[in-house]
Design a protein around this ligand. Structure first.
Ligand SMILES: [Zn+2]
Ligand SMILES: [Zn+2]
Length: 345
């Protein structure tokens, strides 16, 4: 089968082609696993973190990609949840121990043995992949394959971030960074909290215009002061400046939720600008979001189908994965990027 593989950690500012197109053996499903004939795989900012070594793959070579949609082609021994031909998705959570306190409570995203799709096991930048049947999800009919892919990461983790803000309807919500997750969160938030006003902080004029189109009451730069104090802010940027800048806009008891698997070091010195009185006093909180649980993914797919959430997408062919990644790195974002796995290539 064809796959785009990562052989080593790479600096994307110098190497514009970190992934290599290869022919490799089609994986064979083990007991309890399913073989998926991949149709589409979303491209996520986390892939940049994997390639550049901030959250490196467990071993090399590795097939990246954790927003996978395809059809079940083969069942491993004892696999019964799906039948051949069913359309399924795979998200960031590839497996967990199933026995620890976090797994038992449904917070399998926090499990110490958490393994990530496309980092600790081969993912969806390929024609086929295997996964335990318990870590695959039926895809609601409302979505095409390309629409469903970004829901599996940007959407599901956006949903978790929104839950972790703990906001109530009518409270003000801020979003700093407005990529794939942001544009889904704004749609979810408008549905779940219809009386809440949403304020967006984004680096480009194009992103700010897009935010207003999607219903933000205000859009500004990450360092701007919002016209109202905000009860919660979700940060989806890869860096530190927007975090410090967001804190000044938080209301008393406000919560900043950081939705990023790792932060880049480039502007870490910005943290020295942190002013306790202005940024943290009055019981302001900072909380991170770690991974996604299976419950988040399932609940979110259901919600997305109920509210008719349609992600904006940009399609690329599998062999153009490097192009999609570099564009993502350079901030060329309008909606979510997906790789269409065309078997004719
Ligand atoms: Zn992701
Ligand atoms: Zn566990």
């Amino acid at each position: 089968m064809k796959a785009m593989i990562l052989k080593q950690i790479s600096d994307l500012s110098r190497n514009k082609s970190p992934l290599e197109l290869v022919d490799m053996d089609k994986p064979i499903p083990k007991a309890g696993e399913i073989l998926i004939n991949v149709s589409v795989c979303g491209v996520c900012h986390t892939e940049l973190d994997e390639i550049e070594g901030r959250t490196p793959p467990a071993s090399f070579p590795r097939v990246l990609g954790h927003q996978v949609v395809g059809k079940v082609e083969k069942l491993g021994d004892g696999a019964v949840r799906f039948k051949k031909g069913d359309r399924v998705g795979v998200a960031w959570i590839y497996s967990s121990c199933g026995a620890c306190r976090y797994c038992v409570e449904g917070n399998d995203n926090l499990c110490e043995k958490f393994r990530a799709t496309g980092r600790d096991a081969d993912g969806g930048y390929a024609e086929y992949m295997t996964v335990s049947e318990h870590f695959a999800y039926g895809i609601p009919e409302a979505f095409t394959d390309s629409e469903a892919a970004p829901l599996l990461c940007a959407g599901a983790i956006g949903y978790r971030s929104l839950r972790l803000t703990d906001i109530k309807d009518g409270q003000n919500l801020g979003l700093t960074g407005f990529g794939a997750s942001g544009h889904l969160v704004i749609k979810m938030a408008r549905h779940m909290f219809p009386s809440s006003d949403i304020y967006v902080f984004a680096r480009s004029e194009q992103e700010r215009e897009f935010a207003i189109e999607l219903g933000a009451v205000w859009a500004g730069n990450s360092e701007d002061t919002s016209p109202q104090q905000l009860d919660a802010i979700i940060d989806t940027t890869p860096v530190w400046k927007p975090v410090v800048e967001a804190l000044k806009n938080l209301n008393t008891e406000g919560r900043l939720v950081i939705n990023a698997i790792r932060k880049e070091e480039v502007d870490k010195k910005y943290l020295l600008m942190l002013d306790y009185a202005k940024h943290l006093w009055m019981e302001k909180e900072i909380k991170s979001v770690a991974n996604v649980s299976r419950k988040d993914v399932s609940e979110f797919l259901q919600l997305a189908s109920e509210i008719g959430l349609q992600p904006e997408i940009q399609e690329y062919s599998l062999k153009d994965a490097n192009k999609a990644l570099i564009e993502l790195k350079e901030g060329n974002i309008k909606g979510a990027k997906v790789l269409v796995i065309d078997k004719q290539e």
